[in-house]
Design a protein around this ligand. Sequence first.
Ligand code: AMP
Ligand code: MG
Length: 349
Amino acid sequence: MDRKKQFWAYAIMAAVCATGVFWIFTRPKAQEYDGGRRLVMGTFARVVAIAEDGRTAARYAEAAYNSIRNVDRLMSDYIADSELSEVNREAFHRPVQVSDQTFEVLERSIRFSRLTDGAFDITVGPLVDLWKAAADANSEPNEVELADARSKVGYEKLMLDADNRTVKFQVSGMRLDLGAIAKGYGVDKAIETLKAKGAVGGMAEIGGEVRCFGVSPKGKTKWEVGLQDPAKPSAGLGDEALLMVLELDDAAVSTSGDYQQFVIVEGKRHSHIIDRRTAMGAQGPSSVTIIANNCTDTDALATAVSVMGMEKGLELIEGLEGVEAILVGPAPGYEITQTSGAGRYIHEQ
Ligand code: AMP
Ligand code: MG
């Protein structure tokens, strides 16, 4: 090879390498796909997926929405042929076999009931129904009705058989209500799907239950989750006044409270969260936010602490490894209290 040819060979090689290096540094590292709000589980679900390119991210997000729809099909009490509906119709008459997913939710529910001494209890269905009927009739339930509903409530009356994956009720008229845990479980299933597919980051949200992981959206170093101010409830979607912003990289957040969901009976407001000890709406904090590594736990614990109240609730969460709480007290003071490790998630303004 003469010198001129050699020169050009080197020059071309150098140019190819330089282009390669330039491409490595400038190529988009990850693309985000936001699937938007979609109606499921009686509320809205939203999934954001981050992957090597936009089409892949969209595919992952669609798979995550399917996981959520699957949980809804199993555990909804609006769907007549869901497993939960079948359990509620049949489980007093015979043991009803359910899927692994439904059984897992029932088992975890019982564990939360034991942990919270019944503050969390998925057997509250008859009391939920009684208070809904009271709201429709605008008349408080009487003692007989309350006593009757109470006799059908209690996780001790719910028999789970792990070997056969069956559910059995001890008392006629029992009704399971997974409204305080199924959304969180749906979020977990969506995140597990995103991770299993290979997403480098993502977020799933169902009716305010949120979990995120990995690479956050463009321009952000972490995922940001706004907490609504219970003192300034919103009139519609998207106009919420924020109490604070949480910054998360791999965590779940749930908020429970009576500031948006409640029933009014004879002019009095009753929380949609029931305290089985009193058979009444919970009288606890106006909002309870729980942060942990999975959304099934945060969903259930946020509801439980709403029943337990500020002091007992804070004590419970303080004792749980890797779980934090931010509580806003009842009106009109709206005093903010938090567990000792919650501060690291709060974005300083
Ligand atoms: P959340 O919004 O997650 O706090 O869940 C509230 C919903 O859970 C209510 O609308 C009821 O369907 C159900 N529920 C009410 N009280 C309880 C309770 N003490 N334990 C478990 N679920 C409950
Ligand atoms: Mg909940």
